[in-house]
Design a binder for this molecule. Structure first.
Ligand code: C2E
Ligand code: MG
Ligand code: MG
Length: 730
């Protein structure tokens, strides 16, 4: 180091403050000199042996530094690299080596900057991004947490990462998820982890959970309270870091769902940055856990009938679907379609509360009488259905039907009243009366009408001969429905969709109504499902779009240029390949821009034929139509499916609004759907807003658009002109 005049080398105070070190390298002699700050990074003197510095550098990064120094030696300029150093006291640090221009001098020089904070900020950023990806891209908490473990291990150089979750019921901690670096033989450690459970306070994991404090160990095999010390030793695992996962839940309670651990095959020293990073990793895992739990809640909610807790219609149909699909040859089973007799008079005379008591009590009785393996659903109103276990014989079906009749005849207690109803039951069997859900339910429904016509309080088996005409009322409705378009019996009403902040009308939703010749107004959820069973729905859909486009043209002509029209679409309409052409033609004929029209689909529509509908959606969007997801949260679509949908908006189903702002679960679901919308850059509409409290809540959590009785009921077009003309006070 004779060539370098050490007297001229010093750190100024500024260097120290900035964590800035300096280095000099004698190109000819190969010696190096370091400023005091630089020497402190390596824990060496100011004229160290290059080997001593290299020894402190992470093995994986040494070649980078060697290559950089070789280039400096060879007379290169502008050399730069980043590498990790194990420092005394500050743990693992990232340093940037940068050469400065000393051309002409035999001594090359440069600076060493501690860039650890920036590196870790970038890592945190990457974690955040990856977390969003996991949340949207995976269906299960398992995938999300394992993905996050892998990310942390790869970023920070750990060979093993695991999450120990507290099982609330057993009160023990258990290794739920683990990730290991592929090139290391850690199978014995994995097996030892899988075998182990521990109580809070027990062993390393239990202690960390109990105390809420992170722990660092330098040598795993010598640590007494690590219950897997032997396995760790056998696998060459040395240093480890354990920290509790904590978060504050939506109800402000502090939750501690588990502990994270990371192991390294190297002996590492505590890293000063790790605690901070650990906190944000823990928060992310906690957030993932909470979101996934909520998704699970949404799923359960979407499958159950709120009032009775039985399976709802969609879920019951799914169960029948599955049983048809899985039926072995020769196996029979059956469906009982149950409709209560004389239920409406109870509702009319005693009010809805009385009706609800009858329905919930009856649901309870069905639950009690159903043999093991049977499923029960509430299909709507006073209609219930039972699906037998696979293998049930026709005799068993009839026996159960008898007990259902009994259950319906027993009085229902409402206050001092003892209410009487009975049941009409229809029975169909697989495969004689149908090979799929639609056929089986149709047959059971027809048989149920036979029971009704034969005087009620009866069970009838489906008999093919009298078939369709037996479905009585429904068939009558369907017949009338066929001529409704021709006779001009449909009309549209429009419900405003308003901005939540100042209640401007942003859009309107077209809702179809049917006025039958007898003057009765039939709501869409009665006749649309009937129409959906045939091509009729396509004709009705076409009528709606044509009418809505003409009305939109009138709105435009009246100077109301900003308002868009939402139109509902049913599945059979949507999978029609000609839809884009047809809609474009209808819009053009009415002289309206497709950008003024938003098509509302439900998740079910997309789920039925994902590929076909996504292609149709893309094409429609290309042509300018907006696409929104209706009744969101009710279907079963996974978030990963949602990610691929070319949609611009989503409507939170009004079922979730019912509990806002008082029901904790509903609120949490609504908030997480709002979050989801924001993440995915979708406009969120909350529907079913009936109270000021709901509106206030939505405003608070930044829901941009609202729809419901409070912002405005559906009205005929003429009323809409007035509504738009006179803005509502916020
Ligand atoms: P949707 O698309 O979810 O429409 C919203 C429904 O919620 C409408 O019922 C609306 O009147 C009702 N609603 C609005 N605000 C509130 C509120 O604050 N509280 C409550 N309890 N309800 C509110 P509607 O008009 O009976 O329509 C029912 C469903 O029928 C619609 O649900 C939609 O799925 C379907 N539908 C309506 N029109 C059409 C159509 O033209 N074509 C197709 N395929 N389906 C339609
Ligand atoms: Mg809708
Ligand atoms: Mg809806």
């Amino acid at each position: 180091m004779q060539n370098i005049d050490i007297a001229s080398l010093h750190d100024d105070a500024g260097d120290r403050l900035a964590g800035l070190g300096r280095w000099w390298l004698d190109r000819a002699g190969g010696g190096i000199a370091l400023s005091a700050v630089a020497a402190s990074f390596f824990g060496t003197g100011r004229h160290p042996d290059p080997g001593a510095c290299l020894a402190r550098i992470e093995p994986a990064d040494r070649h980078v530094v060697r290559a950089a120094l070789d280039r400096v030696h060879a007379g290169g300029t502008g050399v730069e690299c980043e590498f990790r150093v194990r420092t005394d006291g500050l743990g693992l640090r990232w340093l940037r080596l940068q050469q400065i221009d000393t051309s002409g001098s035999p001594v090359a020089a440069g600076i060493l900057v501690d860039v650890t904070a920036a590196r870790q900020a970038a890592a945190r950023e990457r974690f955040n991004f990856a977390l969003t990806q996991y949340l949207v891209g995976t269906d299960s908490i398992d995938d999300a947490v394992t993905g996050i473990l892998q990310l942390v291990c790869e970023e920070l150089g750990w060979e093993w990462g695991a999450y120990w979750a507290l099982d609330d019921r057993a009160g023990t901690l258990r290794c739920r998820y683990a990730w290991q670096a592929p090139r290391h033989a850690l199978a014995p450690f994995r097996a030892a982890s899988a075998r182990l459970t521990m109580a809070p306070g027990e062993g390393m994991i239990g202690t960390v959970w109990d105390s809420g404090e992170a722990r660092w160990i330098e040598d795993a095999s010598g640590t007494a309270d690590l219950l897997r010390a032997q396995a760790a030793h056998a696998c060459g695992l040395q240093s480890a870091y354990f920290f509790p996962v904590t978060f504050v839940a939506s109800d402000a309670c502090l939750m501690r769902p588990g502990v994270l651990e990371f192991f390294s095959v190297q002996q590492r020293q505590p890293d000063a940055q790790l605690p901070g990073l650990a906190k944000s990793i823990a928060a992310m895992i906690a957030q993932a856990v909470e979101r996934m739990t909520q998704q699970e809640r949404i799923r359960v909610r979407a499958q159950t009938d709120e009032m009775t807790g039985l399976a709802n219609r969609a879920h019951f149909y799914d169960q029948v679907d599955r049983q048809c699909r899985d039926a072995r040859t020769g196996q029979t089973f059956g469906v009982l379609f149950v409709d209560l007799d004389q239920f409406k008079p109870i509702n009319d005379a005693f009010g809805h509360d009385a009706g609800n008591v009858v329905l919930t009590t009856f649901a309870g009785r069905l639950r009690a009488l159903a043999p093991p393996g049977w499923r029960i659903g509430r299909l709507g109103g006073d209609e219930f259905a039972l699906l037998s276990a696979p293998g049930a014989t026709p005799q068993e079906l009839e026996r159960v039907a008898e007990t259902v009749l009994d259950a319906a005849r027993r009085r229902f207690v409402y206050g001092e009243h003892r209410l009487a109803v009975s049941a009409s039951i229809g029975i169909s069997t697989y495969p004689d009366h149908g090979g799929c859900t639609r056929e089986l339910l149709h047959a059971a429904d027809a048989a149920m009408y036979t029971s009704k016509r034969s005087g009620r309080n009866l069970a009838s088996r489906f008999s093919g001969d009298g078939a369709p005409a037996d479905a009585g009322h429904r068939i009558g409705l369907l017949t009338d429905l066929h001529s409704a378009i021709r006779r001009g019996e449909f009309f549209l009403e429009y419900q405003p969709i308003r901005t939540s902040d100042n209640m401007d009308i942003e859009a309107v939703e077209a809702l179809i109504r049917w006025r039958r010749p007898n003057g009765e107004i039939v709501p869409p959820n009665v006749f649309i499902p009937l129409a959906e069973q045939s091509r009729l729905i396509v004709d009705i859909g076409r009528w709606v779009v044509r009418q809505a486009c003409q009305d939109l043209a009138r709105l435009r002509a009246a100077g109301l240029t900003g308002v868009r029209v939402h139109v509902n679409m049913a599945a059979p309409e949507f999978i029609d390949a000609e839809l884009p052409d047809r809609l474009t033609a209808i819009a053009a004929a009415a002289g309206v821009d497709p950008r003024g029209i938003c098509l509302e689909l439900t998740e079910g529509v997309v789920m039925k034929h994902p590929e076909k509908s996504i292609a149709t959606m893309r094409e429609l969007r290309r042509r300018g139509f907006g696409i929104g997801l209706d009744d969101f949260g009710m279907g079963y679509s996974s978030l990963s499916l949602l990610k691929n949908l070319p949609i611009g908006s989503l409507k939170i189903d009004r079922l979730f609004m019912a509990g806002v702002p008082y029901d904790r679960n509903d609120c949490a679901i609504v908030r997480s759907l709002l979050d989801l919308g924001r993440h995915m850059k979708l406009t969120v509409v909350a529907e079913g807003i009936e109270t000021d409290a709901q509106l206030g809540y939505l405003r608070q959590f930044g829901c941009p658009l609202v729809q419901g009785w409070l912002p405005g009921r559906p009205v005929p077009l003429e009323r809409l002109f007035d509504l738009i003309a006179q803005p509502q006070a916020a």
